[in-house]
Design a protein around this ligand. Structure first.
Ligand SMILES: [Zn+2]
Length: 302
């Protein structure tokens, strides 16, 4: 029989703590995909905005936890909140693009996507004074329907994207995509860093943020990220939204029940869960993670 060790030895996860990628998709409560059919883009300017106060709360939380992150921001938001963009940059976080107005990539053609990228980059760089090198597609909408998307990103000078969810999901997902970094272009160093999934019983589970993080007990996320860090030996990529920490946001009464369940469940528990998450793992900016992952990315021209 083995006796209990008399002293505390560091656990494996304390020894193996790769720096994971922490990201915030900066959009307001009325800009989410779930409400796309019930809130018209033309009405956005008349709605009560919460994004600035919520981003300030996130900045305070990150400062307390001493973590840096990447803020993938809508051009629409950057144009209206330049002071907020500068506060994010001054705190040492990366500013990157989440497109102009949350139109999903697979609803555009290449020319439309090129314009969306250009307009959002200009707004974000003008507001923040920082050069943008990263992109996250709204609702992870780069998939087999958009074979031109990576080439357009590389052509416009982006170094990386984190726009693929390699799972099957009712709103998004590219089930056959690799789980970890890949180089989708034969003639460029451009790298795609998919959002994190965990493998369980032969299935891929979303494990990098979204509704599941709010709905399921925090222990699932901790298990999943440990699996990725230790068994797969790779950094995880996690994302959340400013509205997810805001139980006081206006309610969209006429949205479908499923959308409301997805959007409103457990908002009040989110900040506490994020504090656990930032305490349990090491986190950093996506551009730093992309540089490291580029060395290990598999070449996979799509
Ligand atoms: Zn988004």
């Amino acid at each position: 029989m083995t006796a209990a060790l008399p002293i505390e030895v560091p656990s494996l996860d304390e020894i193996l703590r790769p720096v994971n990628g922490l990201s915030v998709d900066v959009e307001d409560w009325f800009q989410v995909g779930a409400f796309e059919k019930v809130i018209d883009r033309r009405d956005w300017d008349g709605l009560t905005t919460r994004v600035e106060r919520n981003c300030d709360a996130i900045l305070a939380m990150f400062a307390e936890a001493e973590v840096k992150a990447t803020f993938f921001t809508l051009g629409w938001v950057a144009q209206r909140y330049p002071a907020m963009m500068r506060r994010i940059a001054e705190a040492g976080h990366e500013i990157a693009s989440h497109g102009w107005d949350h139109a999903r990539v697979f609803t555009m053609d290449r020319a439309g996507f090129a314009l969306d990228l250009k307009k959002s980059r200009e707004a974000i760089e003008d507001a923040s004074g920082e050069r943008v090198s990263g992109y996250r597609a709204p609702s992870f909408s780069i998939d087999q329907r958009t074979p031109w998307a990576f080439a357009e990103l590389a052509e416009q000078g982006y170094a990386y994207s984190s726009s693929v969810a390699p799972i099957a999901h009712d709103h998004y997902g590219w089930r056959e995509a690799p789980r970890f970094a890949f180089r989708p272009l034969a003639d460029a160093d451009f790298v795609e860093i998919p959002v994190t999934t965990a493998e369980f019983a032969g299935r891929r589970l979303a494990a990098g943020g979204g509704g599941f993080f709010r709905v399921l007990p925090y222990g699932f996320s901790r298990w999943a990220i440990r699996q990725v860090n230790q068994r797969d030996g790779r950094p995880a990529v996690f994302y959340f939204h400013p509205w997810e920490i805001d139980p006081g946001q206006p309610r969209v009464a006429h949205a479908p029940l499923k959308s409301k369940l997805r959007h409103y469940t457990n908002l009040s528990g989110m900040a506490g869960k994020l504090r656990q998450l930032t305490g349990d793992f090491s986190w950093g900016r996506m551009d730093d993670l992309a540089r490291g992952e580029a060395l290990r990315a598999v070449a996979l021209p799509v």
